[in-house]
Design a protein. Structure first.
Ligand SMILES: [Mn+2]
Length: 482
């Protein structure tokens, strides 16, 4: 069986109402659908965040249906879970993904959480109801784990208790990275390792960067293809903006007959020496019920993106007036342009920096737009003025550093001023910084922010008492009540 795994498509996202930017996300999704048809896959997996928002405009739904219609016509099923962006703010059991599932454009998988029993359950997909916890396609069992916000780590435990010892595919909207940074919906590689013993393939979403778990390993069991298009400008400044990705997965249906394999001398399958033994299979652990299951082959396929330039343009020579600003601006842009090759008009975000010899309030970024348009012919353009007047520059030695970096250092200074925070100052800084980031991303529900604070408090207490067991779940975890 062959399937295509994509994630974080964010349909409906745009920048300042730009029609061109709106369409970019639909073009990217169309390319994935065309690829699925071209590769003749048996099904497509969407690991969450099909939409930018839970409350989408009718046109977005119609434009989405037009694309999904192509797969429906070809008889290629789409299996989806809801990401944080797909959920309604106040009705977590409702979503447009559920609507698409009930109208036959995709199949929604989500588990049921029973808070009163402190238990998760997976029920079979029910055509009539329009959703279920798991389903089977062509002999492969597929489970939808969904998105659990700031309780992801605890809910993963509950999920593990509810899953069978072995299944084929798990779909999970959660980030997996180990750095100490606090993130909503993030767990560590260690946390999800048990999923690798259950599933032959874990389809990840949520992180917009491409990665696999364990990172760089041939035996990786979890794959995160990342967002198809740039969603947040910061994703472009990390230098990872060149293209989007999908995973094309080839998964043999019948697991190796364990009795045959364990006899050691018997040939495996028709071709002796074929790689079905997969000794590095992630399920190859002592105590695993079927240690020699066939690992799927995973191929990452590039999905072209619109070029995205998130630029800091430094004005040289202390311009005296707007005319000189334009000249310096054009010179700087042309220099950048000469080092870039662009096959299609880019998205262009520019921060103008440097010292000028008149009030920065009189530097109207709109006057610079024709200059940028002439040099780059962008599909979308945004210019921000970050210049300083000569003599009034920041004299803290901070120069033109990233505004986020200055923000971070300022907050840390404030925290460290009070000795009572002592060794926790970095933790508090991370928390403040994360909340600030979550707030600027307007899709984060208030309950998730409160959850984040509660969870941090418990983590700190936990570190004190070495007592890892607590049974606190806020209301936002009572998703999908029966
Ligand atoms: Mn996303």
């Amino acid at each position: 069986m062959k399937f295509l795994h994509c994630s974080d498509i964010h349909l409906g996202k745009t920048f300042n109402g730009s029609d061109s930017r709106y369409k970019d996300y639909f073009y990217a999704f169309t390319r994935v659908v065309k690829l699925a048809i071209e590769k003749n896959v048996d099904f497509v997996i969407i690991a969450g965040d099909l939409f930018q928002s839970g409350n989408i405009a009718p046109t977005i739904l119609l434009d989405t249906i037009k694309i999904l219609e192509r797969l429906k016509e070809k008889g290629i099923p789409v299996i989806a879970i809801e990401g944080n962006h797909d959920l309604f703010r106040n009705r977590k059991d409702e979503s447009w993904i559920l609507f698409l599932s009930r109208t036959g454009y995709l199949k929604l998988l989500r588990p049921i959480w029973l808070p009163e029993k402190n238990k998760m359950i997976f029920e079979p997909f029910d055509e009539k109801r329009g959703w279920g916890g798991f389903m089977e396609i062509g002999g492969l069992s597929i489970y939808g784990i969904g998105y659990w916000g700031s309780s992801t780590r605890d809910m993963l435990q509950k999920t593990l208790e509810a899953l069978p010892p072995q299944a084929d595919i798990g779909i999970f909207h959660g980030g997996v990275w180990d750095d100490g940074f606090i993130n909503i919906g993030r767990v560590s590689g260690e946390d999800i390792a048990p999923l690798g013993k259950i599933f032959r393939y874990v389809a990840l979403g949520h992180g917009h960067r491409r990665y696999k778990v364990p990172e760089g390993e041939e035996s990786a069991f979890a794959h995160n293809p990342g967002a198809l298009e740039i969603v947040h400008p910061e994703e472009a400044s990390r230098g990872e903006h060149e293209s989007g990705w999908v995973c094309l997965v080839d998964m043999p249906v019948s697991p190796v007959n364990t009795t045959t394999v364990q006899s050691d001398s018997a040939p495996v399958g028709d071709k002796p020496g074929s790689s079905v033994n997969a000794p590095d299979s992630p399920s190859d652990f002592p105590g695993s019920p079927s240690p020699l299951r066939v690992s799927p082959t995973v191929e990452y396929i590039e999905i072209p993106r619109r070029p995205f330039l998130n630029l800091r343009v430094f004005l040289e020579g202390v311009p005296q007036n707007m005319k000189e600003v334009k000249t310096a601006f054009k010179k700087a842009l042309e220099e950048i342009k000469s080092g870039t090759s662009l096959s299609v008009p880019p998205v262009l975000l520019i921060r103008v920096e440097g010292t000028i010899n008149f009030s920065p309030h009189e530097l109207d970024p709109e006057e610079l737009e024709p200059v940028a348009a002439e040099v780059f012919a962008p599909s979308y353009l945004e210019i921000a003025n970050r210049t300083a007047k000569k003599g009034e520059e920041d004299n803290t030695g901070r120069g033109n550093r990233d505004i986020d970096q200055i923000y971070e250092e300022t907050i840390l200074e404030l925290i460290e001023e009070n000795p009572r925070y002592g060794k926790h100052s970095r933790d508090i800084l991370n928390l403040v910084y994360r909340i600030k980031n979550e707030i600027t991303d307007d899709e984060t529900p208030a309950e998730d922010l409160v959850d984040l604070i509660c969870r941090e408090r418990m983590r700190m207490e936990e570190n004190h008492t070495h007592n890892g067991s607590y049974a606190f779940y806020s209301d936002s975890n009572k998703r999908f009540p029966l």
